[in-house]
Design a protein around this ligand. Structure first.
Ligand SMILES: C[S@@+](CC[C@H](N)C(=O)[O-])C[C@H]1O[C@@H](n2cnc3c(N)ncnc32)[C@H](O)[C@@H]1O
Length: 397
């Protein structure tokens, strides 16, 4: 039961005002849409929250009988709504990994505004989950113009039920969204609410020329960027990062499970060297160097540890899942840092080569890079699609 002072209408107006104040909701048509969709109707019982009593990264279910549920349904946070693909992995029903969530409202608003649909545009949403984002699309464009696809059958059914209960009947498809929904194509817009490492060409094929695709995009190394791709007559999509969009991965493009230390063989024969590249530069979230490294060193993953004392020292661990690893020890005001590497690749040399390329290119910001998606795959460029970078940027597998 809601607490006695819970007023959904008031909370919704407060949320919309907040989205306006933070600059996420500027278009009055999207504002009207948000005001038509009570978020609590889409938040399932239970949601999942960190287990504060153990503080070990595992999650516990929190239902409507808990004040936490009501405090958070209109907060500007994402809420985990499924763990471990619906089968909580831990003892006593605790969950390890979030596998579905209701997204953060301000991120939802920014992505919907970036979609810039004209009235009556046909939209395909990838990742139905709770149905909240889909309801917003229905409120803005009409349910008859909205198709949404969810890979998880339980979630697809739950999302459909929530949409129906709230009064919207878009086409809800249970299937693999990387295939798009060919039977309903073409679309004017494709909106992915799940992140891609490889943008499926099916999304390009199913978008009308002149239409666009909004999708979170990235890899295991770098911060996930929000991409807007425009689809041309030639069936090729091109575009750039327009912001940040932290999202879970498409189900078949997920990161490896496991921690960094699972992939580092501490007994391996180590090659030592020194570098003048400050490791902070290559991990700055959303920075150009992070992007250059993340898109040119295939399969790269990382972990960063600050020293627990006040020394300001830190260690960057780089690794892939095939036995290569490197560590770089940062010490303040030294200017040269110790590197250790092991395994079949010299991971740090690859990272350093990407940084040297990036510095010679004038240290471009992330937003100067772009992506082209064609039948032949995807490739990264700088400034203009024809301006392939000197060292071809392979995209991580
Ligand atoms: C962050 S949630 C989406 C939030 C949702 N739009 C909402 O408003 O509640 C991401 C969803 O994408 C789904 N998903 C993952 N891979 C998918 C795929 N290949 N096709 C369709 N859905 C997928 C997940 O099961 C998850 O429910």
């Amino acid at each position: 039961m809601p607490p006695s002072d819970f007023d959904a209408g008031e909370r919704l107006v407060d949320l919309v005002d907040h989205l306006h104040q933070v600059g996420a909701l500027t278009d009055p048509r999207w504002r009207d849409a948000f005001l038509q969709v009570p978020r609590h109707l889409f938040v399932p019982d239970p949601v999942w929250a960190e287990d504060g009593s153990r503080d070990d990264g595992w999650m516990i279910p929190v239902g409507r009988d808990d004040p936490y549920w009501w405090e958070n349904v209109y907060a500007d946070f994402a809420l985990p709504t499924q763990v471990d693909d619906g089968a909580p992995a831990g003892e006593d029903g605790r969950g390890r990994y979030t596998t579905s969530s209701i997204s953060q409202p301000s991120l939802v608003a920014r992505m919907l505004e970036a979609l810039t649909p004209v009235d009556g545009a046909r939209v395909l949403e990838i990742g139905t989950a709770t149905g909240y984002n889909c309801a917003l699309l229905c409120a803005r464009l009409g349910a008859e113009n909205v198709v949404t696809v969810e890979v998880d059958p339980v979630l697809a059914e739950r999302g459909r039920a929530a949409l129906h209960a709230a009064g919207w009947k878009p086409t809800v498809v249970c299937g693999d969204g990387t295939q798009g929904v060919p039977a309903e194509a073409p679309f004017d817009r494709v909106l992915a609410t799940v992140a891609a490492k490889r943008v499926p060409h099916a999304w390009v094929r199913q978008t009308r020329p002149g239409g666009s695709i909004i999708t979170p995009w990235g890899n295991d190394y770098m911060a996930t960027a929000l991409l807007r791709l425009e689809v041309g007559e030639d069936g090729v999509a091109t575009g750039r990062p327009i912001g940040d969009a932290p999202f879970m991965w498409l189900r078949d493009q997920r990161a490896h499970g496991g921690r960094w230390s699972d992939f580092v063989d501490f007994d391996a024969k180590v090659r030592t060297s020194r570098t003048r590249v400050d490791p902070h530069a290559v991990v700055e979230a959303g920075g150009g160097a992070e992007f250059a490294v993340g898109t040119s060193v295939p399969g790269l993953c990382r972990a960063w540890f600050d020293a627990e004392d006040d020394s300001g020292e830190a260690t960057l661990w780089l690794y892939d899942t095939k036995g290569a690893w490197a560590s770089v020890d940062y010490v303040p005001e030294v200017g040269e840092y110790e590197v250790e590497q092991a395994g079949p690749r010299d991971l740090w040399e690859e990272v350093e080569a990407a940084v040297v390329w990036w510095e010679r290119a004038g240290r471009p910001e992330r937003e100067r890079f772009g992506l082209t998606v064609s039948r032949d795959g995807q490739h990264v460029w700088l400034d203009r699609p024809e301006n392939g970078v000197a060292r071809p940027f392979a995209v991580a597998p």
